[in-house]
Design a protein around this ligand. Structure first.
Ligand code: PLP
Length: 393
């Protein structure tokens, strides 16, 4: 977007849509002029409970009046409760709280390196990652990311990352060396085109990690906290990772990230090895606890699966109706991609003018991320607008 009088003091690192949102409620957001939009982006997989979700809002109001920040010098009852909830839901043993997805992945990478060097007493430091992946914008996480565009101009990049093709057993076996300490992957690549990992390949990764003493690091920043219809995408695959990174939906829009680890992997961190000022502050923990409670008490995982079925069915019908324009429909839960034969950007802009917010995942893939409280009517309406947008010249 060109700098206007209103935006020119902001750094120019985002190509922003020309829409100024000022209010949200449920699945609807409104711009300054009062125009409403059906939000099928959930703020990029964040507002999974819809905008201003009542339980989280209430809990945040209570916390705002009680205590905002203490630092991590103190014991922390709300972090303990959130760690209890996340370890119960994931089957992992320990949690560390931070502020974003990139920071959660930094934590995962640090655990893998320090585990290899201090716990196992080896010289291993290299992490295998995959093409088209996205892990964040810090120097380590952009190096881990399998997309050159995010690395442009940031050399020299940190060493210790090897990126190979996704879903490719041979490439993976060839990439493991006596330097490898971990394998970092998304189970559904969100930004990179909505590609799901092959279940056999994921089982093989688990076996290879066990065989070579490597940590399996699963980036669930986009897929975690119910988005795929399970609490975590790894639960679809019948494996348990050593480390899981989370952020996005964990606080329903309040910034919070987390690293979960098995007892053994968590041994990598001793006092003084890792930390963050804001991580796990009382407001963030209140938002996370209320988010987890809402999903459990309102049985939203079942709802994700039901609505995913409805959305996928309609998208597949769209593919049948428009075989020239729609190449494939894929994804898991309410993280669905529609691959087109035309640029996604034009379709997204047209839909936005018609009051529907959708995303891309690469140049020709539309990504749909409705909230867990989306309705059948909204799904039907979104698919109608999408069909019109895809056919619009
Ligand atoms: N990992 C994945 C899979 C993501 O989708 C993202 C963000 O889109 C990140 C990491 C980075 O998260 P954040 O933007 O909170 O740093």
């Amino acid at each position: 977007m060109e700098a206007t009088e209103k935006t020119f003091r902001l750094m120019n690192n985002y190509s922003r849509w020309p829409v100024r949102l000022v209010r949200g409620q449920g699945n609807t957001v409104w711009d300054e002029a009062g125009k409403s939009y059906l939000d099928f982006t959930s703020g990029i997989a964040v507002a999974s409970l819809g905008h201003v979700p009542p339980r989280v809002t209430k809990r945040l109001h209570e916390q705002v009046d009680t205590l905002w920040h203490t630092s991590n010098l103190f014991e922390h009852p709300l972090q303990e409760q959130a760690a209890d909830a996340l370890t119960r839901l994931s089957g992992l043993d320990r949690a560390f709280f931070c502020n974003s997805g990139a920071e959660a992945n930094e934590g995962a990478i640090k655990i893998a390196r320090r585990f290899a060097q201090k716990v196992k007493g080896t010289e291993r430091y290299e992490i295998i990652t995959f093409q088209q992946s996205f892990h964040g914008r810090t120097l380590a996480t952009l190096t881990a990311t399998g997309q050159d565009k995010v690395k442009d101009g940031f050399a020299p990049l940190p060493t210790g990352f090897k990126t190979i093709p996704y879903n490719d057993s041979e490439a993976l076996r060839a990439a493991i060396s006596d330097k490898t300490c971990g394998i970092l992957l998304e189970l559904v690549q969100g930004e990179g085109g909505v590609h799901a990992a092959d279940p056999e390949w994921v089982k093989e990764i688990r076996q290879l990690c066990d065989q070579h003493g490597l940590l399996m690091l699963v980036d669930e920043v986009q897929t975690g906290i119910g988005r795929t219809g399970e609490w975590f995408a790894f639960l679809h695959y019948g494996i348990k990772p050593d480390v899981v990174s989370l952020a996005k939906a964990l606080g329903s829009g309040f910034p919070v990230g987390a690293v979960l680890a098995t007892e053994q992997a968590a041994e990598a961190f001793a006092p003084g090895t890792h930390g963050t000022t804001f991580g796990g502050n009382p407001l963030a923990m209140a938002a996370a606890l209320a988010t987890l409670e809402t999903i459990e008490q309102e049985n939203l995982l079942a709802r994700v699966r039901e609505k995913s079925g409805e959305l996928e069915k309609r998208l597949k019908q769209l593919q049948q109706q428009l075989p020239e324009q729609v190449v494939s429909v894929r994804g898991k839960g309410l993280l669905l991609g529609v691959e087109l034969t035309r640029p996604a950007a034009d379709v997204i802009a047209y839909a936005r003018d018609k009051g529907l917010l959708i995303l891309s995942a690469g140049p020709q893939v539309i990504r749909l991320l409705p909230s867990f409280i989306t309705t059948e009517e909204e799904i039907a309406h979104a698919c109608e607008v999408l069909a019109e947008a895809i056919q619009h010249q």
